[in-house]
Write a protein that binds this ligand. Structure first.
Ligand SMILES: [Zn+2]
Length: 204
């Protein structure tokens, strides 16, 4: 039996070098298409390699890599290691565990469907994906969520076991999911041990 990997280091996004700081905009405000404005996460876990992402569990059934798999729509500087993921990813994983327990099948998150930085090309409209608090689920076990009926069936379960989560309705209109189930727990920011929140360090 091998020892579990050590917890990932927590970093203050305000202390990151450029261009990562500018691209992540830690503690900055992000306006959404719904007219709401939200403050972006300030604290991140640092991931030093893809191997580390593969080897690091966030919860019993979710690995860190599943939340940080992005393509070229994420700026190159944020695809190079070390990479950074908001610490609230652990809360998202805990919520997804509840859902997984109910459906009794592996829950698969789409590429670009976990954490996306606010600089990601798909991060329009103030998406909670920029908080690492949203997941686009495209497959459950061997079943692809590619029809409105399947998405709605599992969306109903998600709403029942996660009553405070947002489960996006299905539909073909812009912003509505038609090949995955979007579940998010809102604009949650997490401040883990090791992260200081002094006023004179707070973002402007
Ligand atoms: Zn989504």
């Amino acid at each position: 039996m091998t020892a579990p990997p050590p917890p990932l280091p927590v970093v203050d996004g305000l202390e990151l070098p450029e261009p990562q700081r500018a691209l992540l905009n830690p503690g900055g405000l992000l306006a959404g298409r719904d007219g709401e404005t939200h403050r972006l996460p300030r604290y991140f876990y640092r991931i030093d390699s893809w191997e580390q992402a593969l080897a690091t569990p966030v919860s019993p059934n979710f690995g860190l890599w599943e939340f940080v798999d992005v393509d070229v729509r994420e700026p190159a500087a944020l695809r190079m290691f070390p990479r950074y993921v908001p610490t609230a990813v652990s809360l998202l994983a805990a919520a997804l565990e509840t859902f997984r327990g109910e459906v009794g099948m592996p829950v698969r998150i789409a590429a670009n469907g976990g954490y996306r930085s606010p600089s990601h090309a798909l991060s329009t409209g103030g998406s909670p994906h920029c908080w690492a608090t949203a997941a686009d689920i495209y497959r459950l076990g061997s079943e692809y969520l590619d029809t409105p009926a399947r998405i709605e069936r599992y969306g109903t379960i998600a709403r029942r076991v996660l009553p405070f989560a947002r489960v996006r309705p299905t539909g073909a209109a812009i912003g509505l999911a038609d090949d995955h189930l979007h579940v998010d727990i809102g604009y949650v920011t997490a401040v883990p041990r090791g992260a200081s929140e002094r006023d004179d360090e707070s973002p402007g």
